[in-house]
Design a protein around this ligand. Structure first.
Ligand code: SAM
Ligand code: FES
Length: 350
């Protein structure tokens, strides 16, 4: 096998065999990475030009019933300073975001059942009533199919649920026994069937991850055909069971972003805050490796510090307007520009 031949093959065919992905992940030189990023960028520009879509992230609760080993807001973390935003506070974030040019709002939180299915439904309906030119994305974890259907019927457009790893054996090393790999995957298929623009994804460099696991992630994405893929580095959190584990690297995350872009040419691919956390230019480099979305925070500054999934998270002290301006400048500095648009999957909207 030869890395350059494999990169060209992936560019042409948009898929490789598992052992070919493994070979690329293990053997890419610096020059190979540059070639991969250039190819990925070419593909991205053929669908999305130099536009960067922006999503306003509202982290509205850091309560969670789960205990994922990597996560800083897991239920058993007694040091997490818990908060919940009221519907009014969430709507204030939306209004501010709308004024700043956001046309997608991502409601994200731990699995917090103190908001009822109907509470979330009313919130979705209210946002859509006020701004029918906007998309509402949910990222609220695993629920039963009828709940996903109800929220879709209330007007939700998209749902983000990273699969975390496509290997059951690896999944079980990242999560306690009560969390089921099968259920998470089932949720993703349910979301797609209902009609959501669906996002899967995984952390790069999570504990115990191998090149085979990453290759399985790429093949899983190819099979699922999600509209969005969330790919960011694992970053250790000091109060979690994975405190002290090594963080995912910039190089490996950029490599995976490029491989995802070539495997799913039209996918909506964020350059994540976690990538910006491990390197000062991480988000710009992510865009240059094939990403086409950024997700700045719209949560009130008073709670930002508290949504600590991992250590040293950036942008916790900035007002929303400052974050927006900062990202505008960062994207302009590499010749890209943030657009005021819903930013649907290659112009599909419901
Ligand atoms: N509760 C929802 C769920 O389970 O999908 C959404 C919130 S969850 C905190 C969002 C994502 O954060 C997870 O899918 C995970 O990939 C990421 N995450 C959690 N801990 C992390 C860490 N230590 N480093 C990097 N990403 C992390
Ligand atoms: Fe639930 Fe992290 S353990 S959001």
């Amino acid at each position: 096998m030869n890395t350059i031949t494999l990169i060209e093959k992936l560019w042409q065919d948009t898929v490789l065999a598992k052992e070919e992905y493994v070979y690329l992940i293990r053997n890419c030189s610096m020059e190979d990475r540059e070639l991969l990023a250039a190819r990925a960028n070419e593909v991205r520009q053929s669908y999305y030009g130099k536009d960067v879509y922006v999503r306003g992230l509202i982290e509205f609760t850091n309560y969670c019933r789960n205990n994922c080993y990597y996560c800083g807001i897991r239920a058993e973390n007694k040091n997490a300073d818990r908060y919940r935003l009221s519907a009014e506070e969430i709507l204030e974030c939306v209004e501010e975001g709308y004024t700043l040019g956001f046309r997608t709002f991502v409601l994200q939180g731990g699995e917090d059942f103190s908001y009822s299915t109907e509470d979330i439904g009313s919130l979705i309906a209210e946002i859509k009533k006020r701004h029918n030119d906007c998309a509402v994305t949910l990222s609220l974890g695993e629920r039963e199919r009828d709940v996903y259907q109800y929220w879709y019927d209330c007007g939700a457009d998209r749902y983000l649920l990273r699969h975390e790893t496509a290997s059951k054996e690896h999944y079980e090393k990242l999560h306690p026994q009560n969390l089921s790999f099968g259920h998470r995957i089932k949720c993703l298929y349910n979301l797609k069937e209902i009609g959501y623009q669906t996002g899967a994804g995984f952390m790069v460099g999570s504990p115990f991850q191998t090149a085979e696991h990453l290759a399985a992630d790429l093949l899983f994405l190819k099979e699922l055909q999600p509209h969005m893929a969330g790919i960011g580095p694992f970053i250790a959190q000091k109060d979690s069971p994975f405190a002290g584990y090594v963080d995912g690297t910039l190089e490996q995350t950029l490599l995976m972003l490029s491989l995802v872009r070539l495997t799913l040419p039209r996918v909506l691919l964020p350059s994540t805050t976690a990538l910006g956390t491990i390197h000062p230019q991480g988000r710009e480099l992510g865009i240059l490796a094939g990403a086409n979305v950024v997700m700045p925070n719209l949560s009130p500054v008073s709670v930002r510090e508290k949504y600590q999934l991992y250590d040293n998270k950036i942008c916790t002290g900035e007002e929303s307007a400052q974050c927006r301006q900062c990202l505008d400048k960062r994207m302009e500095s590499i010749g890209y520009h943030i657009v005021t648009a819903r930013g649907d999957f290659a112009n599909v909207s419901r």
